[in-house]
Structures are given as structure tokens and as C-alpha cells.
Design a protein around this ligand. Structure first.
Ligand SMILES: Cc1cc2nc3c(=O)[nH]c(=O)nc-3n(C[C@H](O)[C@H](O)[C@H](O)COP(=O)(O)OP(=O)(O)OC[C@H]3O[C@@H](n4cnc5c(N)ncnc54)[C@H](O)[C@@H]3O)c2cc1C
Length: 412
């Protein structure tokens, strides 16, 4: 019997397994994939996520794999162009975009090194119950015999179609229908000075340096354009990049290095992340439109919160429930402001008058531009930033009055 079985071994699962094993727990992590393995993702690890990797002793490995550190960012929402740097977290000031073939494999290795048993190519087919309590899993390796494994706690880190969340009927809340579609691909020979983010009519566009000298370009569009993108993925993507400064020209002068990837299944919801004998982490527990690129850093944060809760409450019974409810509360409080901001961005509305006033107020103020970039990157607390005190400081009384007369909220 294990202390913990983790279903899914990518960014959420392997991190959780590693952290629990480092605390001395007997951990089994399983994944139907074999690593290195790719997955649908443009893989920006925001600064807080990179800081966690540093703390876990893994950022050096991401860098050693040739992943460029991105410090400089251009944010071009249309009315102005703001260029700056992400604020630092614990001495880390860069965003990284490691290919998931690199990042996920590196985390699997780290989980093993910490003492967790990791079974690759193992599919969980059934969650085992004793009454209403989860007690283990049944699954098998490809072509192998069925195996039953039991544990005091089963953690679902099995992504957006989580079988664990389905089996335990985890209640969903803050549910919002999908708003956007995402299309992306990779290019060689594209000069970049850092990361780039553009807001254009019905488009949000990003470009980030990744491994092997490639650049990943990402286009988010409203869901009603799915048919057009599916009919002509490359043409739709290129036409969108053409609207983003000279980005279209630069990628056309380079070479497309991979096929175009796309998804319209971008759901938004929280799941209650614990119950008798089970817990959820990563996309299994909290799914957010990827337009703000928060999923990986959130998974790292929640792996830490969950591992701490499990270690504290390990005796089982009421203590574990209280600790896991604390995990739920901390996760939700940390996620909700970005969840609201992300859904607002995924509505693809042009900048509102009060947002234009803010952008204008930031121009020519490098420290303030950096702080604003920190909002987008999950470094600067959103509610504090858009609170009246900070807005008054940024806008001054005259612009603040104008913004108030515009009669709308600044975010969310
Ligand atoms: C188009 C797109 C772009 C994105 N871009 C970014 C970005 O730039 N930055 C960012 O931070 N986030 C991004 N995200 C979100 C990010 O990819 C996810 O938040 C992240 O992958 C979630 O990690 P996870 O470990 O929870 O789940 P996953 O990465 O989905 O891993 C789940 C694992 O569980 C395994 N599994 C599932 N069921 C079973 C089973 N029954 N038995 C065994 N194994 C099982 C799967 O094989 C899989 O390996 C993007 C998402 C999309 C769709």
C-alpha cells in the first residue's frame, strides 16, 4: 500500500509526487504517456513558476536544456506600445518556454530521484472505492495484465478530462463556457528581442523564444471563428500575425518548423479539489483559458500547497480533511483574480476607455510598465493593482475622474 497514488505525471502530477516523496512519503505516480512526450501547450512558465523551479533545484536543468530566459517583453494592446521587464520573484526575473518534451520529462526524473515510483505507459481504468472513500486504482501497462494498487490518498493530476474528478463526481463551480480558440506553431530564423504580446481586433497574439532557436507564435480568437481556422489553420494564423506589428513579416522571412496545432476545447471551471480519499491538482482541479498562460505556474503552486496539506494532515480522518480544505481555500483565493482577468481578456473586447487611460498613464514610466507586466505574468496581485488607491496613484486625480466617468470597472 502506498501513502499516495498520483494519476498523471506531467507538470501537476510529477511536481506533486516529487514534493511528497521529498517529505518521505511512499508515492506511486502513473501516466499513460511515456516520456519525453509532447502535449497541447505553448508552455510559457510564468516568473512565479520559474521561481518555484529554482527553489526545487530544477531551473538550472531547464536552462541546461537550452531553454532561453525571456526577460524583456513588448506589450502592444493597440493604443500604445509598452516595453519592459517582468518584476522578479525570489531573484528570478525571467519567463521560460521549455518544450513540454523537456519540462515534463525533467519533472518525471526529479520525482524518481526524490524516491517516488513512476510507472510510464500505465493507464488507470478504474478508481477503487470502499463505500464513498477512494482507496486505490486499477489499471494496466500497455498490453499488460490488470494491476490493483491501493493508497491512503489518490490524487488526480490527470488533466482536463480527469477520470478521477469524474469518478468522485467532484462538484464544479465558477463554470464559464469556452470563449476562445487557440492556434500555434513554431518558426526558425525569426529575430526576437524578448517576448511579444499583442491585442488586436478579435485577436490576442503572443510570440516567445523556445528551445532549439525556435519561436512559438500563439493566436487566440473568438470561438465563432473555429470553422475558419480549422479550414485554413496556417493562413488564419499568418493573417493574425500580420496584424501584430512586423511579426508577420518576421515569421514569413523565417521558416515554419512544425505543423500548426489548435484547440477549441478551452473550458473554464474550478473543481472542488478534495473528498474522502481523493484530491485534485492541476487542470483536473482548475481549468482556465490558456490565453494568459497560467496553467503550468498554477500547477506548480498547487502542487506545493497540496503537498504541504497532505504532509500536515497525513494521519487521515478529520485532520487531513481540514488540511485539504485549507488547500482548497488557498488555491481558490490565489486563482480567482487571474481567472476573472483571463475571462475578461478572452472576451476579445477592444480596450475600454478606462483601460486606454491606464495604458496612456503608463507610457514613459518604465518602473510602472514593469509592474503592469507583472500583473499579466501573475507576479503583481491583481486586486491590489486595480484597487482605487493604486489607480489614483497611477492616473492622478484628473484621469481618475475621467476613468470613473467612463463608468466601468478596470478589470475582471
Ligand atoms: C493550446 C494551449 C496552450 C497552453 N499554453 C500554456 C502556456 O503557455 N503556459 C501555461 O502555463 N499553460 C498553458 N496551457 C495550459 C497547460 O498546458 C495546462 O494547464 C497544463 O498542461 C496542466 O498540467 P496537468 O499536469 O494538470 O495536466 P496535463 O498536462 O494534461 O497532464 C495530465 C496527464 O495525465 C495523464 N492521464 C490522463 N488520464 C490518465 C489515466 N486514466 N491514466 C493514466 N494517465 C492519465 C495524461 O496522459 C497526461 O500526461 C495551455 C493549454 C492549451 C490547451
Amino acid at each position: 500500500m502506498y501513502d499516495v497514488i498520483v494519476v498523471g505525471a506531467r507538470v501537476a502530477g510529477s511536481s506533486t509526487a516529487m514534493l511528497l516523496a521529498r517529505r518521505g512519503l511512499k508515492v506511486l505516480a502513473v501516466d499513460r504517456a511515456r516520456f519525453p512526450s509532447d502535449t497541447l501547450s505553448t508552455h510559457q512558465v510564468q516568473v512565479p513558476g520559474a521561481a518555484r523551479l529554482r527553489r526545487w533545484g530544477l531551473l538550472e536543468r531547464v536552462e541546461a536544456a537550452g531553454t532561453p530566459a525571456t526577460r524583456r517583453v513588448r506589450f502592444d494592446p493597440g493604443p500604445v506600445v509598452l516595453e519592459g521587464h517582468f518584476p522578479e520573484v525570489d531573484g528570478v526575473g525571467s519567463l521560460y518556454s521549455p518544450r513540454r518534451t523537456i519540462l515534463d520529462a525533467l519533472l518525471v526524473d526529479a520525482a524518481r530521484e526524490a524516491g517516488a515510483e513512476v510507472r510510464e505507459g500505465f493507464t488507470v481504468e478504474e478508481i477503487l472505492f470502499d463505500g464513498d472513500r477512494v482507496v486505490g486504482v486499477r489499471g494496466r501497462e500497455r498490453g499488460g495484465q490488470p494491476a490493483r494498487e491501493t493508497a491512503r490518498l489518490v490524487i488526480g493530476a490527470d488533466g482536463r478530462h480527469s477520470a478521477v474528478a469524474r469518478a468522485v463526481r467532484a462538484p464544479a463551480y465558477h463554470v464559464q463556457p469556452p470563449r476562445s480558440i487557440a492556434y500555434y506553431t513554431y518558426w526558425s530564423g525569426v529575430p526576437m528581442r524578448g517576448g511579444e504580446i499583442y491585442g488586436r481586433e478579435r485577436r490576442l497574439i503572443g510570440a516567445w523564444p523556445t528551445n532549439d532557436g525556435l519561436v512559438v507564435t500563439y493566436v487566440a480568437a473568438p470561438r465563432d471563428e473555429f470553422g475558419a481556422f480549422r479550414a485554413d489553420p496556417e493562413g488564419s494564423l499568418l493573417r493574425s500575425l500580420d496584424a501584430a506589428g512586423d511579426l508577420g513579416e518576421r515569421v514569413r522571412a523565417g521558416e515554419r518548423a512544425e505543423r500548426v496545432f489548435g484547440s477549441a476545447e478551452l473550458h473554464n471551471r474550478f473543481h472542488r479539489p478534495f473528498g474522502p480519499g481523493w484530491a485534485l491538482v492541476g487542470d483536473a482541479g482548475l481549468l482556465l483559458d490558456p490565453v494568459t498562460g497560467q496553467g503550468i505556474a498554477d500547477a506548480f503552486r498547487d502542487a506545493e500547497l497540496l503537498a504541504e496539506a497532505v504532509a500536515t494532515g497525513l494521519d487521515g480522518g478529520p485532520r487531513l480533511d481540514i488540511a485539504l480544505d485549507g488547500y482548497r481555500a488557498r488555491r481558490d483565493a490565489a486563482s480567482l483574480p487571474m481567472y476573472e482577468l483571463t475571462l475578461d481578456l478572452a472576451s476579445f473586447a477592444p480596450p475600454r476607455p478606462e483601460q486606454r487611460l491606464l495604458f496612456e498613464a503608463l507610457e514613459g514610466r518604465p518602473a510602472e510598465v514593469d509592474r503592469f507586466l507583472g500583473v499579466l505574468g501573475g507576479v503583481v496581485p491583481i486586486r491590489e493593482y486595480f484597487g482605487p488607491r493604486n489607480l489614483l496613484r497611477l492616473l492622478g486625480p484628473r484621469r481618475m475622474l475621467k476613468a470613473a466617468l467612463a463608468g466601468r470597472r478596470m478589470a475582471g
